[in-house]
Design a protein around this ligand. Structure first.
Ligand SMILES: O=c1ccn([C@@H]2O[C@H](COP(=O)(O)O)[C@@H](O)[C@H]2O)c(=O)[nH]1
Length: 277
């Protein structure tokens, strides 16, 4: 399997940097006239995939909204992931898993192993237990041509107290995570391609304020939440992310999904125009 970073680069070249979230909030299901049950989830997700097919490079199902419905919700998520991938859309499972390495490997097997019913192109992970604890997932990602996006500077306002804490050398937690993840992509950087190991850096977070220097992150792709509903502006993406911008996926959920099933295509196209502006 071609490494995730290279597949992501090709997908972005073909369909741009927009990533559409599949976040079936209870309130959105109600607005769409769908029941808040597994049938509603599936109808919602199918509509998003239909609108995204041929238009966007990546979708990001928010695992929490499927997990909320227990095993039936997870069964829907399995079908949603498979359909999106069959439609040629890359899938980032937003699962935000983290644990000691031996346990994290179980999560990685679920989300990254090709034979798994939940196999996705990439997943989000938390490095609160140290980037080293992610080693089993890094190994599985290598073997399966999959990728990881590691939380560095998240878009929620409560994150700053933890993520801007500094170590003995004055580096922030966000920067320490970023440096370790950048090191995982050193080989990709030498080949002048994209790493399969990216960072989550929110659009609401001024990079300098969290101690992130984009020039130290060659090849690293960025998953950027915080646009639209959380206040980030797509027209500001290039200025905000600087040298990282061409490798930055702007992920939007509610600001697209609020358009309803019939308005999705128009909402996606409007977001893409803003991104290109
Ligand atoms: O720092 C983070 C990391 C992940 N998210 C997730 O992205 C979407 C954002 O949804 P919007 O409706 O576009 O605000 C959601 O699934 C979050 O869990 C994030 O927002 N910030």
């Amino acid at each position: 399997m071609t490494p995730f970073g290279e597949r992501l680069r090709a997908a972005v070249a073909a369909n741009g940097r927009l990533c559409v979230g599949i976040d079936p909030h209870a309130s959105l299901l109600a607005d769409w006239g769908l029941p808040d049950n597994p049938t509603g989830l599936e109808g919602f997700a199918d509509a998003v995939i239909g609108a995204a097919e041929g238009r966007v490079a990546v979708v990001k199902p928010q695992v929490a909204f499927f997990e909320r419905h227990g095993s039936a919700g997870i069964a829907v998520l399995e079908r949603v992931i498979r359909r999106a991938r069959e439609a040629g859309i890359l899938v980032i499972a937003d699962a935000k898993r983290g644990d000691i390495g031996s346990t994290l490997d179980g999560y990685a097997e679920a989300w990254l192993e090709a034979s798994s019913s939940l196999a996705s192109d990439a997943m989000t992970v938390s490095a609160y237990q140290g980037v080293g604890s992610l080693a089993p997932a890094v190994e599985r990602a290598h073997r399966n041509g999959a990728g990881l996006f590691v939380l560095s500077a998240t878009s929620n306002p409560e994150s700053a107290r933890v993520q801007t804490a500094v170590d003995a050398d004055g580096a922030t937690v966000a920067a320490v995570v970023a440096a370790d993840v950048a090191a995982l992509g050193a080989a990709a950087a030498r080949r002048d391609t994209w790493s399969s190991f990216g960072l989550v850096i929110g659009a609401t977070v001024p990079l300098a304020e969290v101690g992130l220097d984009p020039d130290t992150l060659p090849a690293v792709p960025v998953l950027a939440p915080g646009f639209g509903h959380q206040g980030g502006r797509l027209t500001a993406l290039d200025a905000h992310y600087g040298p990282l911008a061409e490798r930055t996926l702007a992920t939007v959920s509610r600001s697209v999904l609020a358009a309803g099933a019939d308005g999705l295509v128009a909402a996606i196209e409007r977001h893409q125009r803003e991104l290109a502006a």
